[in-house]
Design a protein around this ligand. Structure first.
Ligand SMILES: [Mg+2]
Length: 293
């Protein structure tokens, strides 16, 4: 079987890194725009908590993943919301954005991206090992059983290879000479990138599946199993391709790796759609059973 899996949140335990990204985001806001930025952030957080279906990581002005889907998207989501508030003339947001711009930061989104980069740098340069303890044994068991395991992630290939290496897991970059018994990695996949025209897939929430970059990758790889912890980025498009009866996707099995932060709506959607093959797993070990020997 070919197993295409996301990285952060599936093969890592990301709670520490998510907390750190949020912490750095607050530090950067405060350092670059002062205390007023934190009051604005509290207002944005309250809106996001009250209206999770209206806040998310935006791409081209459209929501690509919802802020309640994971802690990284949550930071990108409130940043996008604060940019939107400024565009819509919210006074405090405009004032804070002015201060950011005066210091050379063009947008709230940039602050979120800088916070992610700083967190990723810390992971790479400290002893922190975010790989889920089950990752090594599970990937080993899948490879031993003859499965083809491919990591497709928005994170950079370098970050993924570095984290896997720290945990003693053999991997190589897509495009390099294949290493026998190792996992192939396709980073910088930009699963969040949306095409020009929206294509809405109703999965309890409307999820935009106009993701030309990810779709091209999926059509090239034609996985039997797709694994992810963020439904919008990882599973919506594979599920839609199966439901459309696209050649090569008729048998696709969608696996949602549930984490403490996973919202209820993706599971409720999967449970409501009898035409899909799906699993929701709370332990990575379950993937070995799903893939079969
Ligand atoms: Mg993920």
């Amino acid at each position: 079987m070919k197993i295409l899996t996301d990285f952060d949140g599936v093969l890592t335990d990301p709670l520490h890194e998510m907390g750190r990204m949020r912490e750095v985001f607050e530090e950067y806001l405060n350092a670059r725009a002062g205390m007023a930025s934190l009051a604005l952030l509290a207002e944005a957080d309250a809106f996001a908590a009250a209206h999770p279906e209206r806040v998310g990581w935006e791409n081209g002005g459209r929501i690509s993943g919802y802020a309640d889907e994971d802690g990284f998207v949550a930071v990108n989501g409130v940043a996008a919301l604060m940019d939107r508030m400024a565009r819509e003339g919210h006074l405090a947001a405009l004032e804070v954005l002015d201060r950011l711009r005066a210091g050379g930061t063009p947008s709230f989104e940039r602050v979120a991206n800088d916070a992610f980069d700083r967190m990723a740098h810390e992971t790479a340069t400290t002893t922190h090992r975010p790989a889920d303890p089950a990752t090594g044994p599970v990937l080993g068991a899948l490879l031993d059983a003859g499965h083809d395991v491919l990591i497709v992630s928005n994170s950079s290939t370098g970050r993924i290879l570095g984290i896997l290496e720290k945990s003693g897991i053999s991997a190589y970059s897509h495009g390099e000479t294949p290493k026998p018994g190792a996992v192939r990695v396709r980073g910088d996949a930009r699963k969040f990138e949306l095409g020009t025209d929206p294509s809405v897939f109703l999965a309890g929430r409307p999820v935009d599946i106009a993701r030309p970059k990810f779709e091209a990758l999926l059509r090239e790889e034609r996985p039997d199993i797709a694994v992810g912890d963020v439904f919008s980025f990882d599973l919506a498009l594979p599920c839609a391709l199966r439901l459309r009866g696209e050649p090569g996707f008729e048998g696709l099995h969608a696996v949602l790796r549930r984490r403490p932060y996973t919202p209820a709506w993706p599971t409720a959607y999967l449970a409501s759609e009898p035409r899909l093959a799906w699993s929701v797993i709370d332990h990575l070990d379950d993937l070995v059973r799903i893939a079969g020997a």
